[in-house]
Design a protein around this ligand. Structure first.
Ligand SMILES: [Zn+2]
Length: 491
């Protein structure tokens, strides 16, 4: 078929990390709570209740907009976005319309090894809706329940211009955005728990200059599902166009189990929501001094950190990328370096072994039992060649599971540091006697034979010897052997 041009724009909702909801004092820590236990007349929209703006939420939204290089609109006006849905008790959502917090921003991300830039159309604040529950203990099979605990929790919505052109781009942009909201402490960005949600607008056209028909895809709750939903939508629309069928604007839901998008309704336009300024919330202007304060406290961002890591610690781009993706991991790495100034060596352990253990335990570094000091106690032993890397790996695994100190794990496992030279010398002699062919090979100049001999010693000691010490002893013994043989002269 003819070449198609794909355009994607993303709308991301991030739950802001505030203690209270957007317009009332109810708590936001709703996970695992009894349904409808975090509610009050304001978030339930009862008559006579009045909303009061949460200042912290506004600060976090401004911080997000500033980080995304937006132009800040200090005039705050809240609008009512009217629509009917059972999880929205007021019949409208308080949101922002023609005066968002920020406009015209940009975000840079790494997409398939290339630095890419997306324009950010707007950043605005709004309140979340409740949640329909279709199954549970007290819900009869023919009914649905509604839990308003989430209703009124502050969200920041980040809308891109249609600047993304592949499912990979969309996934990489989201990865960077999540990393940023975590870096600046505005959201935990946890997609699985719903604190980061993404809707995608996708259109396919036959010419590069015109946009196709805009289809919105919702209900994707992981980076993987965003990627697969977009891939599916791309091939569905391609097929439609190839068959000469007409596409029409609509909202489609991603069905994770079936791996397809399903049409759910025609797409609403802004006029369908009958936006009007909320008469209960007066417009106001954010003072410049507050804006300056937020601006001056923005932390270092992932891409800046990556460049610093490459320059200061001489890490490769791949190494630096892995370390900076999660701010806590980057901090963990930097704390380790303070204990032993060998960044390359430490980076290698963090990227391979630390991440492997975190992955196995499905933990992040913040919630793991390993501290930088604990890891460094172990790595210093490796650095001093007291234990081998193989032993250290198995000790580390135990440390991750039990939280015990390296020394205690080593004692418990009965690992003796076989750095006692006398004992090792005996084993080396034994190996030399058992492998005359390798000795002859080595003496005739085959360096590889030495590695084989070291390997044999490590095998006999079950990996408990220090390879460095074994190598020294072997070298000493073999050079003695060489001088005994004398130079080889032809007869
Ligand atoms: Zn409330």
């Amino acid at each position: 078929m003819e070449k198609c041009y794909l355009t994607i724009g993303l709308e991301v909702h991030c739950q802001l990390l505030t203690k209270a909801k957007m317009f009332c004092r109810c708590g936001t820590d709703y996970i695992g709570k009894e349904p409808n236990s975090l509610v009050c007349p304001v978030c339930m929209g009862l008559p006579g209740s009045l909303p009061v703006m949460n200042r912290k939420a506004m600060e976090l939204a401004i911080r997000t907009a500033m980080t995304l290089h937006c132009e800040i609109l200090p005039r705050v006006i809240f609008h009512r976005k009217n629509y009917f849905y059972p999880d929205l008790p007021k019949g409208y959502q308080i949101s922002q319309f023609d005066f968002p917090i920020g406009i015209n921003g940009t975000l840079e991300f790494m997409g398939q090894g290339e630095k890419k830039k997306v324009r950010i159309k707007r950043v605005h604040v709004e309140e979340d809706a409740g949640k329909l529950v279709h199954e549970g203990l007290n819900i009869p099979s023919e009914c649905s329940g509604v839990d308003f605990n989430r209703c009124g929790i502050p969200l920041v919505e980040i809308v891109t211009e249609p600047d993304l052109h592949s499912p990979e781009d969309a996934r990489d942009y989201l990865t960077m955005l999540r990393s940023i909201v975590r870096y600046i402490g505005v959201s935990d960005g946890n997609m699985e728990e719903g604190s980061l949600r993404c809707d995608a607008n996708i259109s396919l056209s036959l010419t590069e200059k015109t946009m196709g028909v805009k289809v919105e895809v919702k209900n994707m709750n992981s980076f993987r599902s965003v990627y697969h939903a977009l891939e599916f939508e791309l091939s569905r629309q391609q097929k439609c166009l190839a068959e000469g069928k007409k596409l029409f604007p609509e909202t489609r839901h991603w069905d994770e189990t079936r791996g397809v998008t399903v049409s759910s309704r025609g797409k609403e336009e802004a006029q369908d929501y009958r936006y009007f300024p909320d008469p209960d919330l007066l417009p106001h202007t954010i003072e410049q001094v507050i804006l300056n304060d937020i601006q001056s406290n923005l932390p270092e961002l992932p891409l800046e950190k990556k460049e610093r890591f490459m320059f200061d610690y001489e890490l490769t781009e791949t190494e630096a990328n892995v370390l900076v993706q999660d701010c806590s991991l980057a901090n963990f790495f930097e704390s380790c370096i303070k204990e032993l100034n060998k960044p390359k060596f430490i980076a290698n352990w963090v990227i391979t072994e630390v991440l492997k253990n975190l992955n196995d335990l499905r933990q992040d570094i913040q919630h793991s039992k390993i501290t930088p000091a604990a890891l460094m106690d172990l790595l210093k032993m490796v650095d001093r060649k007291e234990i081998s890397g193989t032993i250290a790996k198995s000790v580390l695994e135990d440390m991750f599971q039990s939280g015990a100190k390296a020394k205690d794990v080593i004692a418990k496992k009965g690992i003796s540091f076989m750095s006692n030279e006398k004992e090792l010398e005996k084993i080396v002699h034994q190996i030399i006697e058992q492998n005359p062919q390798s000795i002859a090979d080595y003496l005739s100049g085959k360096e590889k034979a030495l590695h084989f001999l070291i390997g044999q010693v490590m095998k006999v000691t079950r990996g408990q010897a220090s390879p460095e010490i074994v190598k020294n002893i072997l070298n000493k013994e073999l050079s003695a052997e060489r001088s005994l043989c004398g130079p080889r002269e032809p007869f």
